[in-house]
Design a protein around this ligand. Structure first.
Ligand SMILES: Nc1ncnc2c1ncn2[C@@H]1O[C@H](COP(=O)(O)OP(=O)(O)OP(=O)(O)O)[C@@H](O)[C@H]1O
Ligand SMILES: [Mg+2]
Length: 359
């Protein structure tokens, strides 16, 4: 998968900008706060239909403007595509795929895959389970649009069930309607659980190898999927949900389900989050991101676009080398505050105050 052209219009601090990246490594350099990350954000938006930095689309529209647009031309196994993301006022958007309007976000998913690695991704290793669930969900959604739909549905049913649980406090006669939601929730929960378990199993193989290679064979990284409601099929999930019913009624919320899952990350059998050193955590984050790239390639048959935001300066020479070697076949975007020398750059783009030019 390659991006052949990226055009921005009133996106963040860009008025109008256009660049034509090469299939290899594209260096994006410039001083701080000039618009480097904004370019990556625009690509991310066209791949996943959301920003990696904000849930509020309005923020991506240039100050003082009413709307913005990103247009991305890409190519995959000889097939060319054009993705256009129009950001409209009041948080609305309109997506066009080869000029045709996209009705549901799921139709965009998987058209162009990307993996972004930025310093804040250390949170996958360091922070609470929500970050790790997000990591799993993003990857699964990119790989399988059906997962994305099911997850959306699950969240909707979960919200409705929680609303009902709250409403029951005032009107106990509504209890009859609970089993309808339970059945739907159980079916979706079992599906999500199965998909996540399968994904972690595959990811584990790469993560293990990457981490071992990077650490010179001294460390063993293990991934452990920890489902909150362990069920491979809808009947089991329903039974477990029913077991929790009295607690749910008491607390007025759904206490069990994939919305409470976690992904355990261990080194030498110890929780990385609690016991890992800063260096170990950083290496693990790198191993995970690389594994994500490799797995997406396996599952989709082509290399996703890799974006490395501000990470090169944080890695030592051997890790940098390892990353570049493993990611070599992927089209890569690397940001840096000055033109880094020493590694093969296909094209270099200089970013200054919302303008970009190839140098
Ligand atoms: N909606 C917007 N309209 C206009 N400018 C914006 C908007 N949102 C952000 N900016 C500007 O974009 C700039 C930040 O861009 P970006 O995050 O891409 O910087 P960067 O080059 O990646 O910097 P760093 O090296 O510090 O990471 C800031 O100057 C900010 O004021
Ligand atoms: Mg930046």
């Amino acid at each position: 998968m390659n991006i052949t052209k990226l055009e921005l219009s009133r996106f963040r601090n860009y008025e109008e900008a256009s660049l034509e990246p090469c299939p290899g490594i594209n260096l994006i350099f410039g001083q701080n706060a000039q618009g480097k990350t904004n370019l990556l954000e625009a690509v991310f938006l066209c791949c996943l239909g959301r920003s990696h930095r904000t849930p509020r689309e309005r923020e991506m529209i240039r100050y003082g403007c009413e709307h913005a647009a990103v247009e991305l031309h890409c190519e995959r196994a000889g097939v060319r595509r054009r993705i256009r993301y129009n950001l409209l006022s009041e948080g609305r958007h309109r997506i066009l795929l080869d000029g045709e309007p996209v009705q549901r976000l799921g139709e965009l998913m998987g058209r162009l895959n990307c993996v972004l690695f930025a310093p804040e991704h250390l949170s996958i290793v360091k922070d609470g389970p929500a970050e790790r669930r997000r990591f799993l969900d993003m990857e699964l959604s990119q790989t399988y649009p059906s997962y994305f739909y099911s997850l959306q549905q699950y969240n909707r049913v979960l919200r409705q069930r929680n609303n009902l649980l709250r409403a029951l406090r005032d009107d106990p006669s509504l209890l009859d309607t609970l089993p309808v939601w339970d059945e739907q929730l159980a079916r979706l929960a079992a599906y999500i659980c199965r998909e996540r378990a399968g994904f972690v199993k595959k990811l584990q193989v790469y993560a293990h190898e990457n981490h071992s290679d990077i650490s010179g064979g001294t460390e063993l990284l293990e991934l452990e999927y920890r489902p909150n409601l362990q069920a491979d099929d809808a009947e089991t999930a329903l039974r477990l949900l029913e077991k929790k019913r009295s607690e749910d009624l008491r607390l007025c919320t759904t206490t069990a389900g994939p919305h409470r899952d976690d992904l355990g990350l261990l080194i030498g059998g110890k929780e990385l989050r609690a016991f890992g050193s800063q260096g170990q955590q950083r290496t693990a984050a790198l191993s995970l991101k690389l594994s994500q790239l490799q797995l997406l390639r396996d599952e989709t048959g082509s290399w996703p676009v890799l974006m490395l935001d501000d990470v090169m300066s944080e890695l030592d020479e051997s890790r940098r080398q390892y990353l570049m070697e493993r990611a070599l076949p992927a089209q890569t975007f690397v940001t840096a505050t000055e033109a880094e020398k020493g590694w093969p750059t296909g094209k270099a783009f200089f970013v200054e105050n919302g303008t970009v030019r190839e140098v």
